[in-house]
Design a protein around this ligand. Sequence first.
Ligand code: CA2
Length: 148
Amino acid sequence: MSRTVFVLNGPNLDLLGKRQPEIYGQETLADVKALCSRVATEHGLTIDFRQSNREYELIDWIHEARERAAAIVVNPAGYSHTSVAILDALAAFDGPIIEVHISNIHKREAFRRHSYVSTVAAGVIAGCGTQGYALALQRVASLLEAKA
Ligand code: CA2
């Protein structure tokens, strides 16, 4: 069985650590990737870590995950709150999906409180900073273990 986890990041997350540190912290996306690699190795998982500013590209990657990944960790960023298309793509994925938000979306503007993606996620982590990615991978490891 595949132990590959796709870690997908939505629009503007390439700016992590470069703007708005008061909301998203100091770490860059490269730091998050290094953190994910470390945690994945600890749990015998392999990660495929990607970021895109384009909705269609994220959708294509979710389709690709159907063939190649056992689980998806996704921070859909702004698309969480708007994209039925990303929701539909994720709904066609068979394995566990964990949604991550670096900030606490429930403490911010009202429009951030609703996420389409949450309706298909096995779990949602918000407001734990970039550590949320590590928590998500730990959860994926537990879910895959329980399934094996
Ligand atoms: O808290 C999160 O992880 C979000 O998914 C981040 C999204 C936001 O639209 C969601 O409501 C919550 C924004 C990603 C943009 O990230 C930036 C990072 C640094 C500077 C500017 C944007």
